[in-house]
Design a protein around this ligand. Structure first.
Ligand code: LLP
Length: 410
């Protein structure tokens, strides 16, 4: 997993040319993941709706579009960025949670298909549009799945979706306003690798679906787990795809019609394409442990501090593994700010090839929920982003200046 280069360009060269902290993405990796996903659902009428929240850089969105991947968005801003990237509204699904109805009206006005997850919103949708606009309904299947409690979205206490136990209420609203429900949707959570969980969630949705007579689409969400280290198995996509495809085929047969299948992966498509590069400011030899302090922090990559997420870390400046040491890798933010967590969500030390000040430290799996969750905490600039494609690296988001931070302030 210690990839010292992307498409033959050494990470240290990228750090030198574009500066640090830096997000770098490998376009080939994204294309490869799209192909794997398609192969996993071979023979099924599949549309991939990329969960853009994972990475909304315009160039990444364009790459998705060029490869026939549609978009799933959660805010008017993501929708707007999608349109700027060249998407048609009709290729975009708006799957919001708890937003003001005006955002749904906005999405409809842009031609996006909305995915409704609340009875009162469904009713308002009916009152506003009657049968004139298509929609999907997001169901909460009461299934447990996901890497940690913050990213589980289908269990009984989750705020997402309309409970499968409220089918009668849904049907009554749909009938009252003659709402054009073209699809049903569910998303179980993130970081799921177990085929059984996907199967269980899908079957809950299928059981629910027979009472909806005009369906064209079943949307089974995203959440496919990616590998986070050489020892960590990601999802076996081909196996899971087959399980889901078989269940879907059986459903279509019983339903009496061929439907289209949508999936909405974020991480699966972009996580592994990204590497985050930072420079070692200090090596701090303390009596208890040795810290590697890098020129970044939870302001740039919050996943470790927010979820206890594991990111594979390596010293991109030193490939000599004969001298390794245990280091706690930390950031410069003014509170506990650790990048090195173990698989149980505890801060830990990592065995890295000997680190000296100035070395470039790389964190893997930085393509999803890295930059999009970055902030200006401590008034630091956001990192720059670089895309490597066709063996060439180019800036796809320039580094900020103080002007960017001050722009809207008085
Ligand atoms: N569809 C819906 C409705 C979602 O809410 C999400 C993610 C996805 C699809 C894509 O899930 P994915 O394939 O990326 O697992 N920030 C967290 C992940 C939060 C996911 C939120 N919803 C993290 O960094 O682990």
């Amino acid at each position: 997993m210690a990839y010292y280069s992307i498409q033959n360009i050494p990470l240290t060269d990228l750090a030198k040319e574009f500066g640090t902290p830096l997000y770098v993405y490998d376009a080939d990796k994204i294309r490869e993941k799209i192909s794997v996903l398609r192969a996993a659902f071979e023979g099924i009428d599949l549309t991939i709706k990329y969960a853009a929240k994972a990475n909304t850089n315009l160039s990444i969105l364009r790459l998705m579009r060029e490869n026939g991947v549609d978009m799933d968005v959660v805010s008017p801003q993501e929708l707007e960025i999608g349109l700027i990237a060249g998407y048609e509204g009709s290729n975009i699904t708006f799957t919001p949670s708890g937003v003001h109805f005006s955002e749904i009206e906005y999405a409809v006005s842009k031609g996006a298909i909305v995915n409704l997850d609340n009875l009162s919103v469904l009713e308002k949708f009916g009152q506003t549009y009657g049968s004139s606009q298509p929609c999907l309904i997001r169901i909460k299947p009461h299934v447990f799945g996901g890497g940690n409690e913050k990213i589980m979205t289908a269990h009984p206490e989750s705020k997402f979706g309309i409970s499968i136990h409220q089918k009668a209420e849904i049907l009554s609203i749909v009938e009252q306003y003659n709402i054009n429900v073209i699809g049903l949707h569910q998303h179980t959570g993130s970081d799921i690798k177990d085929g059984k969980t996907f199967e269980q969630a899908a079957s809950a949705l299928f059981d629910f679906a027979y009472d909806f007579k005009d369906l064209q689409i079943i949307d089974l969400g995203g959440g496919f787990k990616v590998p986070y280290s050489p020892e960590d198995p990601g999802v076996n996509m081909l196996e899971v795809g087959q399980i889901m495809s078989n269940a879907f085929r059986a459903f279509c047969q019983k339903y009496g019609r061929e439907l289209r299948l949508w999936v909405e992966p974020g991480k699966f498509l972009v996580s592994e394409s990204g590497t985050f590069l930072a420079e070692t400011n200090v090596v701090k030899r303390d009596p208890v442990k040795t810290f590697v302090g890098i020129n970044s922090g939870l302001n740039h990559l919050i996943r470790p501090m927010m979820y206890g997420s594991y990111h594979y870390i390596f010293n991109a400046s030193n490939q000599d593994s004969s001298k390794q040491e245990d280091y706690r890798v930390t950031g410069y933010i003014c509170e506990t700010d650790t990048f090195s967590f173990d698989f149980n969500g505890k801060q830990n030390e990592r065995l890295l090839n000997k680190v000296k000040e100035g070395d470039i430290i790389a964190l893997a799996n930085a393509g999803a929920y890295g930059f999009t969750m970055a902030s200006h905490y401590n008034s630091r600039f956001l990192p720059a982003e670089v895309l490597v494609d066709g063996g060439k690296a180019r800036v796809i988001r320039r580094r900020e200046t103080l002007e960017d931070i001050l722009r809207n302030q008085e």
